[in-house]
Design a protein around this ligand. Sequence first.
Ligand SMILES: [Zn+2]
Length: 257
Amino acid sequence: MDYRVVQMDEHTWRIEEFDDTSSVYMYLLEGSERAMLLDSGLGMIPLDEITAELTSLPVDVLATHAHLDHIGGNSFFEKVYINELDREVFSLHCDKFRSHYPDYQFRGQRDNIIWYTGEKEFQLGGRTLRLVSSPGHTLGAVSILDVERKWLFTGDTCCQASVLLNLEYTTTVETYKRTIERLLSIGEQYDLTWPAHHKIPVSPEILEQFREAADLLLDKKAEGEDIEMPFGPAKCFYYKDISITYTPDRVFDRNDA
Ligand SMILES: [Zn+2]
């Protein structure tokens, strides 16, 4: 595993963790009193030392969701905020970590997790982070509005790629569409989105594409093609710059719809 740090402005950095096959972005947001690290990546790089070089302020972690490539470095930090709705997927992925990366000495999780419910706001000192519930890719996924900068950090909810709704603890396409509509409804509050993978930054216009694609599936005007994923068979609907990967039994909230 390797990494690089990219400074985004005077008080914001992106830490990119990667190897030959995958990469994930973490974002370090500094206020005047505290700093918040959005996600902790795979945990295969010395995140405590890396963040300490960037800021002298205390650093907490806020997870966009509890998949293994977003929680791996949790144990480096004193406080990690994770949505209560991701508790089960968190347990599952702590185990998965071991099977995915057998050679890696996983530090394991420690008793530093703050399970919160609802939508929180964090004050970092002159910098406000507002959480927006974003169920879809996981039940407890959140987007994070960096209020003063008008940035939206979207985790895996709307990368310019495929949104994966075919995993354990993902929601239906219908629920995901409500998330996208909610994010679009506050569209005047952000100018750019910063996902955790793939192309960055991403224009908010990409959310319109996800809404249109979800509408086509829900109106039965389109259907994904059959694909084989490591997690089993799924369908993938390619639309403009994005796609939605889903399973046929999880399109509608009510299966008789
Ligand atoms: Zn994920």
